[in-house]
Every structure is written in structure tokens, then in C-alpha cells.
Design a protein around this ligand. Structure first.
Ligand code: SF4
Length: 455
């Protein structure tokens, strides 16, 4: 098979993998070597549905010995198959790099023969790239669940970032839809990577020239919407993964139906993009806003509010804790005010040591007063006098949930397409024949009434 045809097949097969950011690596340029992850990491581009993809995101092969029900590359699916030899892939990467088409490589693979054989092929590819071709750019490699720990270690010494896809949020779903992959086969390499990375950082403190093991850490990816787990279960699992395995990122991928199977959503079901978006927002709260998963969702409210981002939803549910005085409130409480992010909270903390902050000062510090005004007091000023509850709610609504986002200006144009992230309620009305703009307006008014009653 021609190399270009292989590339076409294997780049297409890799498009459902979303874990592809290159942040966190510090591999600097070296004399006599090509590439530099500091200046530019993996190249990214965005697909129409907002997914981030790299320019060379490719599988070593899509010939798979496994039969995961949700996967387009599964053994039983009839599609064109191809496999690169390690030299073909190494040469292709370096040629693309030299032409400035790409900045790095995101390498994943189906299971060719067995996990160990596949990993050996991946390692051979990276050895050629790093050794023979002197490639010093960013490499993100996926480890194959079930591979020998020695191979995981060797791969980690060649790549900047490793990832092991957790795939589905529970063991029950995993054994139902991916019977070849056990929970142990996924969590064992994750644990090994976390432990080896810790040992490696201690080693590097003593021997500065010691080889680096996955310096950009590890990440994972979870498919959302293929199985019945709630957002609460997914978020709890996410928090557990960050704590136990020191993951850099957990990526969420809205399930795109590609397979007809009674255990999976039907082919005409739309990918749950709004849910994926909410999970990323909640993930942000865990990592940067000092939230605990149990504060964002709980057993009684196991799913995200479609109309509000998780932080605004928390503020609505804890309205009795507001307003807070920005000149006195602890940093942790500032982080919980809608319209104040970690950067503006830090700026407030620093600035208020020197002076008492007023409204104009907050604006200068980057506070989004449109939202924050209902939740703060400042130098005697307590925001709009007795604001109507509807006003507060309207300031918090997420425009994406109503399908207009950046189309807001043409909201009343009935030909304006709904954004794919629109709330399911809006999509349903539009599917039933209501004009998109009217559907969005109808759902928005109901959401305002419902949320105002909660305040
Ligand atoms: S192992 Fe499963 S998820 Fe991975 S390529 Fe094969 S069928 Fe797809």
C-alpha cells in the first residue's frame, strides 16, 4: 500500500482520540538536534465541532485484535486497514517536521497481535526518531493496556507525555463494551507511570543528566454518553484519578455513534457536546478553583444543570452565602464568586493589601462585573439595589445552552443554525419543527423562571 494511502487511513482512524495537548513539557532545543517543545508543542487545529486535533495525529495501525463495541477500529468492523512499519512512520514524521507541517507527534495504536508486540513497534518508531533522526520535538504516546511494565518504562523514556485511555467510566461498562480490556490492565500502567515519574524526579534532583521519564506527565481519556454513568460518577472518578495517579489532564470525549449495537446509543443520537463542555468546566473547578467533586454534584443532583456552568450553578444553590465583601473575603471564597477567576482573585488579594478596592478598581483587575455585581459588596456599595431574581439569573445563563453563542446578534433570525452544544431541550423543540430561535427563547424563559425560584 502506498504510504500516503496508509497515512489517510491511519490519520482518519485516530480522529476520535482527543487527548492531544502538548502543555507541560520542557524539552529545550539542543545543538545538533531538531525540534523544541518549548517554542512550539504539538500543532493543533480545530474541527467544526470544536474538537482539538493535532496535525500529525496518527495510529501506528488500525488492525486490531480487540473488539471494543464503541470503537470504529474494532476487529469485527469492516473498514480499510493499514499498518506503518516503524521506519515508515519515523521517516514520515521527520519529513513533515522538516517541511514545517507539524511540531510533534501524537502516536496511538490499535492492538496489533497483542499489547507487547504493538508497544515494541511503537518503541522502535520512537527510537528511530529520537536516535537515528535526532528528533527532539514533542511526542505524546499512548500506552497499550496490558503491555509489559518494562515496555511502558522504555516508552516513557522516549516520549514527553504518556497516556492510558480509561475509555469508560465504570468497570461494569468496561466489561460490557470492551471485554478484552480489564480494569487492571488500565490502572496498572497508570500506577506505574505515576510511581516511575516520582522516582525519576527524585533521581533528577541528584543526577541532572539522568534520562527523563515522561516529563510532561500522563493523561487519560474517557468516553461520555456511551454508557449510563451519571456526571457525578464521572466527576468523582476524575477527581480520584487526579489524586491517585497525579494525572495532568483527564480528557472527555462525547460519544459519537459510529456502530449499530443494542448496548449503545442509536446512530441518530447526537453526541452530548454540552455535557462534554460541562465536564471540562467542572474539571477546571477541580484543578484551579479548589472545588471538591462532592460540592459540584451529589447523589440527589447527579447531573449538570444544562443552563448554567457548574460554578454559577453552585452560586445559585448557595445564594445565602452571598454577597461577600471583596476587601475582606478569603481567597477561597473569592474564587467562588461568578465573574471572578483565579487570576482576578489573585490580583484582588494583592491589590487590597495596598488599598481598599472600589468598583472601578475591580473592573481594572479583570472582574466580570456583569456577573459579579450580584454577589459582592465593595467599599460600601452593594451592587444594584434589590435586584430582581430574574436579572441575577439572566446574567449567569450560559449562551451556548440556548444554541446561539456567537450567533447571539442574529438570535431572531430563524435561519440561524443552533450550535451543536445547545441544551437537549432546545434541540428537541427544534427537531419537533419549532424555529431554532423560538425554541431557544422558549427554553430560556422557562429556565429563567425555574432558576429564579431557586434563589
Ligand atoms: S483496543 Fe479497542 S478501542 Fe483500541 S483500537 Fe482496538 S477496538 Fe478500538
Amino acid at each position: 500500500m502506498e504510504l500516503l494511502r496508509k497515512l489517510e487511513i491511519l490519520a482518519d482512524s485516530a480522529k476520535y482520540d482527543v487527548a492531544c495537548t502538548s502543555s507541560g513539557s520542557g524539552r529545550k532545543g539542543q545543538p545538533g538536534k531538531i525540534g523544541n517543545t518549548v517554542q512550539a508543542g504539538l500543532c493543533h487545529t480545530f474541527t467544526a465541532d470544536g474538537r482539538c486535533v493535532s496535525l500529525l495525529k496518527v495510529l501506528l495501525t488500525n488492525i486490531c485484535a480487540y473488539d471494543c463495541k464503541y470503537c470504529v477500529n474494532r476487529r469485527s468492523n469492516d473498514l480499510p486497514r493499514a499498518a506503518f512499519t516503524p521506519r515508515e512512520l519515523a521517516q514520515l514524521t521527520i519529513e513533515f517536521y522538516r517541511r514545517n507541517y507539524i511540531e510533534g507527534l501524537f502516536l496511538s495504536s490499535a492492538v496489533l497481535k497483542n499489547p507487547d508486540y504493538t508497544m515494541e513497534q511503537m518503541i522502535h518508531t520512537l527510537e528511530l526518531l529520537r536516535g537515528e533522526y535526532g528528533f527532539n520535538g514533542y511526542i505524546h504516546a499512548k500506552t497499550i493496556p496490558g503491555a509489559d511494565p518494562v515496555l511502558v518504562r522504555r516508552l516513557g523514556l522516549l516520549a514527553d507525555r504518556l497516556s492510558v485511555n480509561i475509555e469508560l467510566p465504570s468497570e461494569a461498562s468496561l466489561s460490557l463494551l470492551a471485554p478484552d480490556k480489564g480494569r487492571k490492565a488500565i490502572f496498572r500502567p497508570m500506577g506505574q507511570i505515576a510511581q516511575t515519574a516520582q522516582e525519576n524526579s527524585r533521581e533528577l534532583q541528584v543526577y541532572r543528566s539522568a534520562p527523563k521519564f515522561a516529563p510532561a506527565g500522563q493523561s487519560t481519556q474517557m468516553i461520555v454518553g456511551a454508557t449510563p454513568e451519571t456526571d457525578y460518577q464521572i466527576l468523582n472518578l476524575t477527581q480520584g484519578l487526579y489524586k491517585k495517579y497525579s494525572l495532568k489532564r483527564v480528557f472527555f470525549s462525547a460519544y459519537i455513534p459510529v456502530v449499530e449495537d443494542s448496548r449503545l446509543p442509536a446512530l441518530d443520537v447526537k453526541p452530548p457536546l454540552l455535557r462534554e463542555h460541562r465536564l471540562y468546566q467542572a474539571d477546571w473547578l477541580l484543578r484551579y478553583y479548589q472545588f471538591d467533586a462532592g460540592e459540584i454534584l451529589d447523589k440527589e443532583n447527579p447531573n449538570f444543570n444544562p443552563y448554567l456552568d457548574p460554578k454559577c450553578n453552585w452560586a445559585v444553590n448557595h445564594y445565602h452565602l452571598f454577597p461577600v465583601d471583596v476587601n475582606r473575603a478569603p481567597y477561597e471564597m473569592l474564587l467562588r464568586v461568578p465573574g471572578i477567576g483565579p487570576r482576578s482573585a489573585k490580583r484582588i488579594r494583592t491589590a487590597r493589601r495596598q488599598q481598599t478596592l472600589d468598583w472601578e478598581g475591580l473592573r481594572w483587575l479583570g472582574v466580570v462585573l456583569k456577573r459579579a455585581q450580584y454577589f459582592i459588596t465593595c467599599k460600601g456599595y452593594a451592587g444594584p439595589h434589590s435586584p430582581r431574581r430574574e436579572m441575577v439569573v439572566r446574567s449567569l445563563l450560559d449562551p451556548k445552552a440556548f444554541g446561539y453563542g456567537s450567533y447571539q446578534t442574529s438570535m431572531f433570525d430563524n435561519d440561524t443554525p443552533l450550535l451543536a452544544e445547545a441544551a437537549p431541550q432546545v434541540q428537541q423543540l427544534a427537531q419537533e419543527g419549532m424555529a431554532p430561535a423560538l425554541a431557544a427563547k422558549t427554553v430560556e424563559e422557562e429556565a429563567v423562571k425555574w432558576l429564579a425560584a431557586k434563589l
